[in-house]
Design a protein around this ligand. Structure first.
Ligand code: ATP
Ligand code: MG
Length: 256
């Protein structure tokens, strides 16, 4: 599925997809990310979990080269964020879907396919894979909320990126579709892709290899779902996460 023969794509360097050392971000006087240290291995699914406002979207924007950081060292597939060589190697599904409302589902995805040098038939396959085959000709403006999000997801998937960063990709999806998408994500990871997925649905954490737990811009823990259940003394991952949040001293407000 990957294209190692394409010279415009970065070569696989080592086994680390993302590395952050002392990553600090200030936005409008707020300390939004504070001294984050972590690495994400290639070919894995990492869940980015944390309450609203904890910094998930900001971290994703840093990795995509869209958000400046105040200090720290960040590498993405061995290159600094925003490096031109990364352009085709990354897929980003934003929290607010960036979809052309006046184009059909199919044409939206075909457009992104063209940007990534992929064929129309590849685009149509991805439309089917996200369960939109039956509305492929409909204008994006005329879709339901969950369908609209899936167009955005298809646009992120179509380029077969080495690193897929997805901000709440399963929001508004029914349980059947959600399960199908997680299977799809797992297949991508088995093929060597790296996925970083934020979610508010703690039960989705079970599908991930590792979890990054954020709170008020700090990394509370990097652990597996099993370790989360153990550390939070609860098989219900939502309860386990709450227990870990409660055991960690409140550092006060993000602004300082
Ligand atoms: N332009 C800005 N100026 C100042 N603060 C900002 C700015 N943009 C975001 N923030 C703050 O940064 C913090 C992190 O925001 P972010 O969007 O990364 O959170 P999140 O974890 O993605 O939240 P959600 O789950 O609601 O999407 C929040 O406190 C937010 O208010
Ligand atoms: Mg967000």
């Amino acid at each position: 599925m990957r294209h190692p023969d394409n010279a415009t794509e970065p070569r696989a360097v080592g086994t680390t997809a993302i590395s952050c050392r002392g990553l600090h971000v200030r936005r409008g006087g707020n300390h939004v990310l504070r001294a984050l240290d972590f690495t994400v291995p290639r070919g894995s699914i990492t869940g980015l979990l944390g309450p609203s406002g904890s910094g998930k979207t900001t971290l994703m924007r840093v990795l995509m080269g869209l958000q400046r950081y105040t200090s720290g060292e960040v590498t993405v597939l061995g290159a600094p964020p925003g490096a031109p060589a990364l352009r085709r190697a990354l897929g980003y599904m934003t929290q607010s879907p960036s979809v052309y409302r006046d184009l059909s589902v199919r044409d939206n995805v075909r457009y992104f396919a063209t940007l990534h040098g992929k064929t129309r038939s590849r685009a149509d396959d991805v439309v089917d894979a996200v369960g939109l085959g039956s509305v492929a000709r409909r204008l994006a403006a005329d879709l339901s909320g969950g369908q609209f999000n899936r167009v955005s997801l298809a646009c992120a998937l179509v380029g077969e990126p080495e690193l897929l960063v997805m901000d709440e990709p399963t929001v508004g999806l029914d349980p059947v579709l959600r399960a199908e998408l997680w299977e799809h994500f797992r297949r991508l990871a088995s093929d060597g892709a790296t996925l970083l997925v934020s979610s508010h649905v703690m039960e989705e954490a079970r599908h991930c290899d590792e979890l990054l737990l954020l709170r008020e811009g700090r990394l509370l823990a990097q652990l597996t779902p099993e370790e989360l259940a153990l550390r939070g003394h609860n098989q219900d991952l939502e309860q386990a996460f709450l227990a870990i949040i409660q055991e960690t001293p409140d550092t006060g407000r993000a602004a300082s």
